[in-house]
Design a protein around this ligand. Sequence first.
Ligand SMILES: Cc1cc2nc3c(=O)[nH]c(=O)nc-3n(C[C@H](O)[C@H](O)[C@H](O)COP(=O)(O)OP(=O)(O)OC[C@H]3O[C@@H](n4cnc5c(N)ncnc54)[C@H](O)[C@@H]3O)c2cc1C
Length: 400
Amino acid sequence: MKDVLIIGGGFAGVWSAAGAVRAAREAGAGDALRVTLVDGGDDMVIRPRLYEDAPEGMRVALDRVLGPIGVRRVTATVTGIDTEAHAVRAVTRTGEELNLSYDKLVLATGSRLIRPDFPGARHIFDVDTLPAAAALDHHLRRLPAEAPSQGRYTAVVVGAGFTGVELATALGERLKAISGAQGATEDARVVLVDLADVVGPELGPGPRPTILDALDELKIERRLGRTVASVTRRDITLSDGEVIPAATVVWTAGMAASPLTAEIPGERDRLGRLSVDEYLRVAGVPDVYAAGDTALAAADDGRTTTQSCQHALPMGKFAGHNVAADLLGTAPLPFTPDPYATCLDLGPADAVYTEGWDRRVALTGPEAKALKKKINETWIYPPTDDAEQLLDQAGRFSNG
Ligand SMILES: Cc1cc2nc3c(=O)[nH]c(=O)nc-3n(C[C@H](O)[C@H](O)[C@H](O)COP(=O)(O)OP(=O)(O)OC[C@H]3O[C@@H](n4cnc5c(N)ncnc54)[C@H](O)[C@@H]3O)c2cc1C
């Protein structure tokens, strides 16, 4: 019996587990592998939905996905990896230390937001993790109970990238609903701040006119070419000295790969992602694979992968297939993602869907919104309580 150990129960980790089980069964060697997934929590968090209302529900119990396919689950936070000894150290919620060994390892511990450290940074919110998004949600719901003040229903979103735009366009509507209950709808105000001179700097010029039209329609103010100097519970001061009264400041700028990537002696990019080969093996490190936001792989059209579900999901399937193939001596599959596309939610102003790395707009309006809803509410969820459906989907390497 050989051990496949997967660290991380997000999109890449869950699909690695399903991919490994499927490949072993397909090879008629279901009993030859023991697949174990270790995660600090009990749920797969649907991170792309954490900008939405009621984020507490954006999760799927890992047992409902992994249980039916016989994947062993360990609830513990990994603290160290010894690639020479093929051993992983972890600590359980009760403080018990565990040593887990592996024949093949998949590192799928995702990414995290880099929180700033300017004065008052402890007052800012984020939507990077489920607890953080729940804290923001709780704060918003409690705003009517706060003493009336000029910025009570003002939210400043820092970072006008993908997450910042989705959050800002969603927040306007939420603040209106919350303040409207007190007849103060006109007080709802959202301001988007970015160091860059343009909205969506990394989204490029393709979707920008659609995004700007949406921001105008929703009356979302912009402060571009500026950053944050400091924050208090009542206001935010920008780098040019402007003070905006605001009870809510949300930080969305800057991501880095999981710090566990530093435990693997491989080459890493500026985001901390491990370079992997076409089979998602970490270059130069025997028996270690990486998938999702921890990995930098070649994508379509001569580009490299982005930290996105769109890449994490198929990377998981390929990595799972390949660790099993590696152990069973069957054929590995080179990672071949679908052509790149993005779908950006614009709240009540619908959505914008783009194709290609130059992000040519392919859909806008209600059609793009319907697609975004389908992606968020259906496509990115794994089947639960159904081994056949999960394993069937693990064998479909295209997102389409
Ligand atoms: C607000 C928001 C909006 C987004 N919108 C989009 C979008 O529209 N489209 C898109 O494609 N992508 C989007 N993304 C990005 C997407 O969510 C990530 O790219 C995706 O979650 C990466 O999947 P992953 O499996 O690599 O990592 P994750 O989903 O982050 O999963 C990592 C898992 O590893 C576990 N873990 C971490 N450290 C340890 C440890 N030390 N020990 C044990 N377990 C550990 C975590 O608990 C987690 O379960 C968004 C992200 C956010 C935050």
